[in-house]
Design a protein around this ligand. Structure first.
Ligand code: KG4
Ligand code: ZN
Length: 330
């Protein structure tokens, strides 16, 4: 089984080929090509949907051609949501057109599962596990009992962790996206300099809320006369620490309550080294295991979409496949 994956949910245009593996992992990656329109959005301090969609149209065929490199495939996996409608449509309609021309099945994929399945590329993970998705648009906790049996435990009520980092980055005048910039500056700052709120950290539910944190940063910056590098670094370190505390505490609590020995992270924010280290440190106390995707698979890519399709394989008639920007969990 060889699957061509296509991912166009936001500002990355990606195509990849995942193959069944006879070795110690079930799937292996044979190609992964990514073109990003991120530099265009850095200028505007955020993704402009129209600009992202136009870039998708420009890149989609060259990216697929390069990933395929004349290889035969058995099926096409495509992200159908969530994401920006203009961007999603490019991938979905291209996948359907190719499937029609080549007479191959299409497997529609939820992008959010993709972030978890980034961990299954070249690796094997045993069920059950707690999955934490921390991307630009989502913060979700799930209990995975098998590839097709999962339970959504909670998600953000307002801003996602990545979104909060990006908005705080903008408040501080940092380059877009804010997450990696805040990580860099946090290394030079004092995480105890500001006592930012840790929203819902003690709540019995698995929901998150990060918009209050953003407002707290805004208020703090308004109080400061000159926002010099030292102050910015201290805010970055303190904000990052607040977000990490909430993510780690709630995820570990879910693992304890559901008596699950494994935690799996995914999404752009899971690239954060301080987050990884805090998880590693806390996981030792409960004798559990933690998995992160390889850093190159934390941001949007088609390899994770093809891997999801391999494990959650379900052919759907072309007429039933549509882009769904609001797609979430059942
Ligand atoms: O998963 P992703 O690439 O796109 C979505 O599906 O949303 O996530 C992008 C998010 C952005 O908010 C970005 O600031 C954040 O991931 N991010 C990071 C880091 N790298 C990317 N956040 C914290 N630390 C990082 N190193
Ligand atoms: Zn994503």
């Amino acid at each position: 089984m060889r699957i061509l994956g296509i991912e166009t949910s936001c500002d990355e245009t990606s195509a990849a080929i995942i193959e069944e593996n006879s070795g110690n992992s079930k799937v292996k990656l044979s190609s992964n090509v990514i073109a990003s329109s991120l530099p265009l959005h850095a200028k505007t301090g955020g993704v402009v949907p129209e600009v992202a969609a136009r870039a998708q149209i420009k890149y989609i065929i060259p990216v697929i051609e390069k990933a395929l490199n004349k290889t035969d495939i058995d099926a096409i996996a495509v992200t159908v949501g969530p994401g920006l409608i203009g961007s999603l449509l490019v991938g979905v309609e291209t996948a359907k057109a190719l499937a029609f021309a080549w007479n191959k099945p299409v497997i529609p994929v939820n992008h959010l599962f993709g972030h978890i399945y980034a961990n299954f590329i070249d690796h094997e993970i045993n069920f059950p596990f707690i999955g934490l998705i921390v991307s630009g648009g989502h913060t979700d906790l799930l209990l995975f009992k098998s590839h097709k049996n999962y339970k959504w435990l909670g998600g953000t009520r307002d801003d996602a962790a990545g979104e909060a980092l990006d908005k705080i980055g903008r408040i501080l005048g940092l380059a877009y996206p804010g997450g990696p910039e805040i990580e860099k500056r946090a290394l030079m700052g004092n995480p105890r300099a500001f006592n930012f709120p840790r929203p819902m950290i003690g709540s019995e539910y698995f929901d998150f809320s990060f918009s209050g944190l953003k407002t707290a940063v805004l208020r703090e910056t308004q109080k400061i006369k000159t926002l010099d590098d030292e102050k910015i670094n201290n805010i970055c370190a303190s904000v990052q620490q607040a977000i990490i505390s909430v993510l780690v505490k709630k995820t570990i609590r879910a693992a304890k309550i559901y008596k699950v020995p494994t935690i799996v992270l995914g999404g752009g924010v899971s690239a954060n080294q301080a987050l990884r280290e805090k998880f590693e440190q806390e996981i030792k106390k409960i004798d559990s295991k933690i998995f992160f995707p390889e850093k190159k698979f934390t941001s949007d890519n088609a390899a994770m979409i093809a891997a999801t399709a391999f494990f959650q394989y379900k052919e759907v008639p072309l007429s039933k496949i549509t882009a769904n920007p609001e797609l979430y969990f059942d």
